[in-house]
Ligand binder design. Sequence first.
Ligand SMILES: Nc1ncnc2c1ncn2[C@@H]1O[C@H](COP(=O)(O)OP(=O)(O)O)[C@@H](O)[C@H]1O
Ligand SMILES: [Mg+2]
Length: 375
Amino acid sequence: MRSTPVSSRKRVALIFGGQSSEHGISCLTASSVLKAIDKERFEVVGVGISATGRWSQVPLEVIADYQIVDGVAPQVAEPDREAVWMVGENGCEVATRDGGSLVDIHGVDVAFALLHGPYGEDGTIQGLFEMMGIRYVGSGVTASAIGMDKHFMKVAFEAAGLPVYPYVVATALRLEQDRAHVIDEINKLSYPLFVKPARGGSSIGISRVTDPSQLDAAIAEAQRFDPKIVVEQGFIGARELECAVLGNPAAPLGCDASVIGEIRVQAADGFYDYEAKYFDEDGAALDAPADIPEELSERLRRLAKQSFVAVDAEGLVRSDFFVLGDEIYINEVNTMPGFTQISMFPTLWQVGGMSYPDLVGRLIDLALERPVGLR
Ligand SMILES: Nc1ncnc2c1ncn2[C@@H]1O[C@H](COP(=O)(O)OP(=O)(O)O)[C@@H](O)[C@H]1O
Ligand SMILES: [Mg+2]
């Protein structure tokens, strides 16, 4: 076997941690990706963002060791020496500031940000990469921002003709100045309702409301996380089916859709809440592939690809649907879905025959293939 000369390996910056509630999950994901990445093709530099937002280079041995200890997820330590990004004649570099000098200088060909939620999945870090002219894995600024905002995501879906269940959007201003009208509008939806922060994730701040008397408390809870809220008509007895999409819109073959997976929530109300997602081992079962007719799988795969295009995604998305009898509705797309080895996105590809290491390589290749700048 011929090995790739070290100098021609592509240099990948894994960026993880961050200021969102998914900090610990992000560290675990970085550890999974680091172990799976093809060291013959890629050279890795680890860049952690602490919970307070400070960046530092993290040794690969430290990342490889990240694990849950006594129920506590790993954390990026607050650094004593911070990381610095530079763009110069040599392209993009990351270094560590040591007093007045720079040490540990590494060139970077492609950034792989394993961050979920605000300040990571929402277009902010993608904007930084664009400003630096660096290639990166996943969606650009617009798609990332749309994928984070349950209001504009629905607008994009509707414009593309994708089926969306009835909903009402309320900004903080409308709730303050025109609350009675907003409540009237909400009460035209059929209960149960799901009241959500517009820009959230992991089910945080979401309430299932079965009676108008619970509405004010649910709105207040959602507004703890985002001044803008989305209230949706709730499904009763719908199945939650998900599809993973990979690709670049400009690639000759467009994007590929995976087999379909199902989340089977154990709770009687079917609400896949924060507990069920991360803490309660029996909270939900993931079936991959889902036990559904081939014809339904095909329809979902087609809609998933359409959702990828609808939000102008790049690289990857996970598209989540509710299926009620014969009817399909789209719930959301995630532009940086859970990506540990046991998460739905990698599992769906694995069932389809692509291993986790191959998937990691494919994502980086997609990032390297696409041009920088406006595209
Ligand atoms: N309209 C709805 N009807 C029924 N269940 C819902 C509805 N909206 C959300 N849920 C439940 O709440 C969970 C989280 O909602 P979701 O919109 O996916 O938020 P997040 O971005 O936090 O994942 C879903 O997985 C589902 O179990
Ligand atoms: Mg969701």
